[in-house]
Design a protein around this ligand. Structure first.
Ligand code: NAD
Length: 503
C-alpha cells in the first residue's frame, strides 16, 4: 500500500458508505484496479438498501439544519473545505491517476478544478441573486427569491472521479442543500478519499451528514436513489445510455434532473486557420486523457484543400505521443480504464473500415501490462454509424468538407451536442459558427479546442448530451427552488388584471 493512500485514509478494505459516519457496507464489495498494470489497489464495501435508507434519512436531517444557516456562513464552511483540499491536492491528484489512469498533471488539474469551484462557490454564497420587478398594482412590491431545495443525488462517471462531484457538491452546499454521492464502481477509492478529507470539516460545523456517500450497484443504490421522491434533484453524469434511463425515471416522478451525458465533439478547420494553434489543440483534444473526456475531440471536419497536409502532420505528431505509466511525468497518454474499453476501441476501428473508412494510424494494443493502446486517426464520413456514436477512446475521425455551411451541417449532424470549435482567422466564419445558424452545442469555441472548460462558464450540452448545465454562470439556480413574492403595503386589495370582485 502506497504511503499517500494511507494519508488519504485508504486501507486494503474500505467502507464506501457514509451517512454521518462510516457504515459497514453490507451490499457486497468491489475491487478497484490500477489501469496502468491491471493490479488490484484496494477493496470497497457497498451499500445495501437498509444502509441507503440510513444515508437518505441523515441527508434529510442535515438539509433541515443546514438550510437555516445564512448562505455567506455556508460559504465559510465551503471555504474551509478548500483549505483541506489544497493541503491534500498532490495526494488526491495521485490517487485520481492511480485509479483512473489519466496522467498526473491531469489528475492534479482535476483536483484544482474543485479548488477553483470552491472559490467560485464562496463568492456565490454572498450573491444567489433574485430579481425585483414592478407590480402593476399600487402599493405592492414584487420580487423573486431562491430557497434551498433539499437532498441532491449526484451520480458520477469514472473519467472525472473527483471533479464532477466537486462541481455539484460545492455549489449545492452554498445553495443550502445536502448531497448524496453515488460514484462509479470503476473509481470508488477517490470517493472514499474525498469523503475522508471533508468529513472532519463538516463534523466541526455540526453537519457531519451534509455530504454522504452511497457506493453501490446500479440496481440496488443507483435506481433507488433515482426513484426516491425525497431527493428532488438528481445530477447524473455519464453515458447517453445511462441518461435515457435515469432521465426517464426522474421525470416519471416529476423530479428534476441535471443530465451531463456523452459528447461527439468536432473541430472545424478552415483554409484560414492558424495551423500552429490548431494542430496542438487537435492533438491535445483527441489524445489527452486517452480520449476519455466527454469533451474529447472525436471529429475533425477539415477543408478538402488541407486534408492531406493536416493528416500528415497529425500522423507525425501522434507518433511522438509518449504512452506509458501515467505517474511518470514524461508520459502524455496513459492507459484506457479497462479491458472492455480496449475492446470497444478495436471494434470501432473494425467498424469504420467495414463502413468504407481508412485507418491512417494507431489502434494497436501496446505490449505491456495494463490497458494501453496507440491513439488512432481514421478517414471517415460523418454519416457512418460508428461516427454518429461516442466511442470512449482516442479515435479521431477526419471528415473532409468543401463549403463552410456543409462543415456546420456535419458539426451539427450527430445526436450529441456537447462541445465544438472552429479554427479560423476569418471573422465571418467565426461569427457564423457562433450565430443562431451555427454550432448547436452547449459549448462553442473559436481558435481553442473542444476539450476541457473553465469552471466560470456554464458547462453542459444539448440534444442527447442531456441539456444540463453545471459549474459557473447561473447554473446554481438548478440547485435551488424559486419563489415569486408579492407584498401589499397599501390599505386596498386591488386584484390583478383589473378584475373587480365586489362583495
Ligand atoms: P456510465 O453511464 O457507464 O456510468 C455513469 C454513472 O452512472 C456511474 O456511476 C454508473 O454506476 C451510473 N449508472 C449507470 N446506470 C445507472 C442506472 N440505471 N441508475 C443509476 N445510476 C446508473 O458512464 P461511464 O463509463 O462511467 O463514463 C463515461 C461516459 O460519461 C461518457 O459517455 C462520457 O462522455 C460521459 N461524461 C459526460 C460528462 C459531461 O459532463 N457531459 C462528463 C464526464 C463523462
Amino acid at each position: 500500500m502506497y504511503d499517500f493512500l494511507k494519508r488519504l485514509g485508504i486501507e486494503e478494505v474500505n467502507s464506501g458508505v457514509f451517512s454521518d459516519r462510516w457504515l459497514e457496507g453490507k451490499g457486497g464489495e468491489v475491487t478497484s484496479y490500477n489501469p496502468a498494470n491491471g493490479e488490484a489497489i484496494a477493496k470497497v464495501r457497498l451499500a445495501d438498501r437498509d444502509e441507503y435508507e440510513q444515508v437518505v434519512a441523515v441527508a434529510e436531517r442535515s438539509f433541515a439544519a443546514w438550510r437555516t444557516k445564512p448562505a455567506p456562513l455556508r460559504g465559510q464552511v465551503v471555504r474551509e473545505m478548500g483549505e483541506v483540499l489544497r493541503a491534500h491536492k498532490d495526494d488526491l491528484g495521485r490517487l485520481v491517476t492511480l485509479e483512473m489512469g489519466k496522467i498526473y498533471q491531469e489528475g492534479l488539474g482535476e483536483i484544482q478544478e474543485i479548488v477553483d469551484i470552491i472559490d467560485y462557490a464562496v463568492g456565490l454564497s454572498r450573491q444567489l441573486y433574485g430579481f425585483t420587478m414592478h407590480s402593476e398594482r399600487p402599493g405592492h412590491r414584487m420580487y423573486d427569491q431562491y430557497h434551498p431545495m433539499g437532498v441532491v443525488g449526484v451520480i458520477t462517471a469514472f473519467n472525472f472521479p473527483a471533479a464532477v462531484w466537486g462541481w455539484n457538491a460545492m455549489i449545492a452546499a452554498v445553495c443550502g442543500d445536502s448531497v448524496i454521492w453515488k460514484p462509479s464502481l470503476k473509481t470508488p477509492l477517490v470517493a472514499v478519499a474525498m469523503q475522508n478529507i471533508f468529513a472532519p470539516v463538516l463534523e466541526k460545523h455540526g453537519v457531519p451528514g451534509l455530504f454522504s456517500l452511497a457506493t453501490g450497484h446500479d440496481d440496488v443504490v443507483g435506481e433507488t436513489l433515482v426513484n426516491d421522491h425525497r431527493v428532488p434533484l438528481i445530477s447524473a453524469t455519464g453515458s447517453v445510455r445511462m441518461g435515457k434511463i435515469v432521465g426517464a425515471k426522474v421525470a416519471a416522478r416529476l423530479g428534476r434532473s441535471i443530465l451531463e451525458l456523452g459528447g461527439n465533439n468536432a473541430i472545424i478547420l478552415t483554409p484560414e486557420a492558424n495551423l500552429e494553434l490548431a494542430i496542438p489543440a487537435i492533438v491535445f483534444g483527441a489524445v489527452g486523457t486517452a480520449g476519455q473526456r466527454c469533451t474529447t475531440t472525436r471529429r475533425l471536419i477539415v477543408h478538402e484543400s488541407l486534408v492531406d497536409a493536416v493528416t500528415e502532420r497529425l500522423v507525425k505528431a501522434y507518433g511522438q505521443v509518449r504512452i506509458g505509466d501515467p505517474l511518470d511525468e514524461n508520459t502524455l497518454m496513459g492507459p484506457l480504464i479497462d479491458e472492455d474499453a480496449v475492446q470497444q476501441m478495436t471494434k470501432a476501428l473494425e467498424q469504420v473500415k467495414s463502413e468504407g473508412g481508412e485507418v491512417l494510424c494507431g489502434g494497436e494494443r501496446v505490449d505491456r501490462a495494463g490497458f494501453y493502446v496507440t491513439p488512432a486517426i481514421a478517414k471517415a464520413k460523418n454519416s457512418f454509424d460508428i461516427v454518429q456514436n461516442e466511442t470512449f477512446a482516442p479515435i479521431l475521425y477526419v471528415i473532409p468538407y468543401s463549403d463552410f455551411d456543409e462543415a456546420i451541417g456535419y458539426q451539427n449532424g450527430v445526436p450529441q451536442g456537447l462541445s465544438s470549435a472552429v479554427f479560423t482567422s476569418n471573422l465571418l466564419e467565426a461569427e457564423k459558427f457562433l450565430g443562431h445558424q451555427g454550432s448547436d452545442c452547449g459549448i462553442a469555441n473559436v481558435n481553442i479546442g473542444t476539450s476541457g472548460a473553465e469552471i466560470g462558464g456554464a458547462f453542459g450540452g444539448e440534444k442527447e448530451t442531456g441539456g444540463g448545465r453545471e459549474s459557473g454562470s447561473d447554473s446554481w439556480k438548478a440547485y435551488m427552488r424559486r419563489q415569486t413574492n408579492t407584498i401589499n403595503y397599501s390599505k386596498e386589495l386591488p386584484l390583478a388584471q383589473g378584475i373587480k370582485f365586489d362583495l
